[in-house]
Design a protein around this ligand. Structure first.
Ligand SMILES: C[S@@+](CC[C@H](N)C(=O)[O-])C[C@H]1O[C@@H](n2cnc3c(N)ncnc32)[C@H](O)[C@@H]1O
Length: 253
């Protein structure tokens, strides 16, 4: 279950990137209301040389630079020192476990999170061994830094905080919350360029609307992400609705 509030510290060479991005929309409001606190810690503040060096060449040769252990570890410890006991330290990494809604929920239950954003070719392995509890990827592609992945996680966490969304039901109903993709949404006008809103949504029969939405969610998940469906045990009602959807899709195509 999501905690009532989440305390996060981001260790980053570009702290302004984090602060800027968090000012908007639902996350900005959650920050203003104190549901979420996000601090930043710059490893450069933990250097002692005149150039404020945070990177160095890789042992063994090869392209690119590696984030040095001393300033990064000092920054992580400073950030962790501002959080309650038991806070978890997560490094954003293309080599980590892939972020899912389930993992967002698990991380949201932590007393606090230190998010470590890498840059260059990555982080000296000994930092990961000594300071980091979890390496987390946002998908199988490589970005130039961990700031955007950290922001992705913060955004997903904020949505789960009680009071963050205008209507609490949004977080319960959206994609992945019940292991399914979301159903299609429509707003006015009823007829847009000859495309009509499904009649059931206009009729005010809430049981029929709920049934239609569940059927669409099941059908979409079957069509677009069948592997998600395989992980679920459908009860009799859901199995019947999916059968109905499949039959209609087969007849239509
Ligand atoms: C250029 S990347 C380093 C890539 C690394 N050499 C590799 O091949 O795995 C620099 C930083 O971006 C972040 N990053 C890149 N892709 C990511 C992803 N898919 N998920 C999370 N973080 C990522 C990590 O913090 C990483 O240390």
């Amino acid at each position: 279950m999501a905690a009532a509030s989440v305390r996060i510290e981001v260790v980053s060479l570009f702290p302004e990137m984090i602060r800027e991005a968090l000012r908007h929309g639902i996350v900005g409001r959650a920050l203003q209301r104190g549901l979420l606190t996000v601090g930043t810690e710059d490893p450069r503040a933990h250097t002692s040389d005149v150039h404020r060096t945070v990177d160095d060449r890789p042992y063994g040769g090869g392209p690119g630079m590696v984030m040095k252990p001393e300033p990064l570890c000092a920054a992580i410890r400073a950030a962790r020192g501002r959080l309650p006991e038991g806070a978890r330290t997560v490094a954003l990494s293309a080599q980590g476990v892939v972020l899912t809604q389930q993992r967002v929920r698990e991380l949201g239950a932590a007393t606090g999170l230190v998010l470590v954003a890498g840059r260059y070719e990555g982080i000296d392995e000994r930092v990961l061994e000594s300071e980091v509890d979890l390496e987390l990827s946002i998908g199988d592609y490589v970005l130039s830094g961990g700031e955007l992945p950290a922001l992705v996680l913060i955004d997903a966490l904020a949505r789960l905080l009680p009071g963050a969304l205008g209507d609490e039901r949004s977080a319960q109903q959206e994609s992945f919350s019940a292991g399914l993709l979301d159903w299609p949404h429509y707003t006015r006008p009823e007829d847009y360029a000859g495309r009509r809103v499904p009649a059931v949504l206009l009729g005010g029969d809430h049981a029929a609307i709920d049934r239609w939405r569940l059927k669409q969610a099941l059908g979409r998940t079957w069509q677009r992400r069948p592997e998600l469906l395989q992980r679920l045990e459908l009860d009799a009602q859901r199995a019947a609705l999916l059968q109905e959807f499949m039959k209609e899709a087969g007849t239509d195509s």
